[in-house]
Design a protein around this ligand. Structure first.
Ligand SMILES: [Fe+2]
Ligand SMILES: [Fe+2]
Length: 167
């Protein structure tokens, strides 16, 4: 693929991905304000942006099988844990930006677990196996992720067990 087109697809993928997330967050706000139909419109268009992002990603021809996808996920999580968030956290501390510091802290704690979960999955997927059927629980406040059963309290942010999202 020609360089400019490839860069444009990457940029469009990033933009559509962000729009997708933003619209889902805006939908939650509309819902809380008692405007369920505006929320629905945001969710519908968020889905359309997901379709666009998916098309751009596929056009980049970066889609592989699950073992390779797991390795790509591991690389991304490890980069966040080893380089990105420690550096972002240091800058936030230096600039006394407490909200950003907390947000980065929540993320780095979860990413460590994500890398480990993906690593475990990759070992099985390499031999064409799936992982076990255990449920995965995610803290809605900090993103802490755990397989099996949710803890009584989130070990990272302290939120109670009943708030966890189940997958
Ligand atoms: Fe992650
Ligand atoms: Fe949490």
């Amino acid at each position: 693929m020609k360089t400019m087109t490839k860069e444009n697809l990457k940029s469009a993928f990033a933009g559509e991905s962000q729009a997708h997330m933003k619209y889902l967050i805006f939908a939650d706000t509309a819902e809380k304000e008692g405007k369920p139909n505006i929320a629905r419109l945001f969710r519908a268009i968020a889905y359309a942006e997901q379709v666009h992002a998916t098309n751009h990603f596929k056009a980049l021809q970066e889609l592989n099988g699950t073992p390779d996808n797991l390795q790509a996920a591991i690389n991304g999580e490890n980069f966040e844990v080893d380089e990105m968030y420690p550096a972002y956290d240091a800058v936030a501390k230096l600039q006394d930006e407490k909200t950003a510091e907390k947000s980065f802290h929540y993320a780095i704690e979860a990413e460590k677990i994500h890398a480990a979960l993906y690593d475990e999955a990759k070992k099985l997927a390499q031999n064409d196996n799936d992982i076990d059927g255990e449920e995965v629980y995610v803290c809605p406040i900090c993103g802490y992720t755990v397989k099996g059963t949710s803890p009584d309290k989130c070990p990272v942010c302290g939120v109670s067990k009943d708030k966890f999202a189940k997958f």
